[in-house]
Design a protein around this ligand. Structure first.
Ligand code: FPP
Ligand code: MG
Length: 350
């Protein structure tokens, strides 16, 4: 439920999308994937407009740093899941879902600014990272700014919904610290990995979708948990795919160097699975720093080991679980499109 108008940080943006589309609208069966973005095209546009507005600050440098990251794009998967999930639950006041999507993207962006400081990354989304362009201090504060803007938007939601958002942020921080506990630590297990990934990635998907589904006031309240469960599996799929791409993609597609997880001692899924089978790899993972040659050798060894296929299988399992979680929802174009979006995620590594 909404409690009055939002504490709008800047400017009017309220272009409410009342329902031009019936929630029972059908997608052409032959091409559901292509229609996913189209179905929520207006809302996605509003997300971009709103993001532009909330980046405004009395300090131009703050805006510049935040814009540097956010205007570089990103896949906007979180907004898509939030917007489609909202519609799939029968939501009609689209601005509610738009606000959730914007808040999610702001929290995600804040965490990336901070993550690039922690990981000392020089590149992000195919350009210089904010850390390398603007320095640690200003990047850190710009992350705080985005995080504050996010909660300014969330401020109009119910206490329970704000708490869900806060829980996701707490999980993000705990995921980051847990990950550092297992950095260069060959004792890391698959369960540890899944817990890290749930916290650092899936929790934000899950809670964002939970909030937008609740805002949709679905006819059956159990749909809120169904969407949240779906989004949690989407988050797990997304991160596993990301881990695989770190080892298999081209640098130009990735927007950052290949093999960063090996270089950083990051317990990504291919690494966790490979070191469990290969003592020498485990020793290399335990080394604090590796030469370029050693990174290349580890990369080649992991690619040859067969674990990439295991990772792909696990990604597909989570994608299927995400799609299955949507079974209780009514058969609508939005639900189909969410399924198609999930399918697209795994084609990135298929
Ligand atoms: C990217 O992961 C990082 C995250 C998903 C979360 C980082 C979280 C924090 C820094 C805690 C701060 C939290 C808030 C709420 C501001 P990655 O390093 O595996 O991916 P990458 O290769 O894209 O960097
Ligand atoms: Mg990182």
């Amino acid at each position: 439920m909404i409690r009055g108008p939002p504490a709008a940080p800047v400017g009017p943006h309220r272009r409410t999308h009342t329902d031009r589309r019936a929630n029972t609208a059908r997608t052409p069966p032959d091409n559901p994937a292509a229609t996913a973005a189209l179905l929520v095209a207006d809302e996605l546009e509003s997300v971009e407009t709103r993001l532009g507005e909330v980046l405004s600050s009395r300090e131009p440098r703050m805006t510049e740093i935040a814009d540097h990251l956010i205007s570089a794009g990103g896949k906007r998967v979180r907004p898509m899941v939030t917007l489609l999930g909202f519609r799939a639950c029968g939501g009609s006041v689209a601005i509610d879902a738009v606000d959730v999507a914007v808040a999610l993207e702001l929290i995600h962006s804040a965490s990336l600014l901070h993550d690039d400081i922690i990981d000392e990354n020089d590149t992000r989304r195919g350009r210089a990272s904010a850390r390398s362009k603007y320095g640690i201090a200003h990047t850190l504060v710009a992350g705080d700014f985005l995080f504050s803007r996010a909660f300014q938007i969330c401020g109009r939601f119910d206490a329970e919904q704000i708490n869900w958002a806060a829980e996701a942020c707490i999980a993000l921080t705990e995921g980051e610290i847990m990950q550092s506990r297992f950095r260069n630590n060959p004792e890391v297990t698959l369960d540890d990995y899944l817990e890290i990934v749930y916290r650092k990635t899936a929790s934000l998907f899950e809670q964002g979708a939970r909030i937008s589904a609740a805002l949709a006031r679905p006819q059956d309240p159990s749909w809120v948990d169904a969407i949240a469960n779906c989004a949690r599996h989407v988050g797990l799929t997304f991160q596993i795919v990301d881990d695989v791409l770190d080892m298999t993609a081209d640098e130009s597609d990735l927007g950052k160097p290949v093999g960063l997880d090996i270089r950083e001692g990051n317990p990504s899924l291919p690494i966790v699975l490979a070191i469990a089978e290969d003592r020498e790899l485990a020793d290399l993972f335990a080394a604090e720093s590796l030469s370029d040659g050693e990174v290349g050798a580890v990369l080649a060894r992991i690619r040859r080991s067969g674990v990439i296929e295991d990772c792909q299988r696990l990604a597909i399992e989570h994608a299927r679980a995400a799609q299955q979680a949507l079974a209780p929802l009514p058969d609508t174009a939005y639900r189909d499109s969410l399924c198609a979006l999930i399918e697209q995620l795994i084609t990135r590594v298929a």
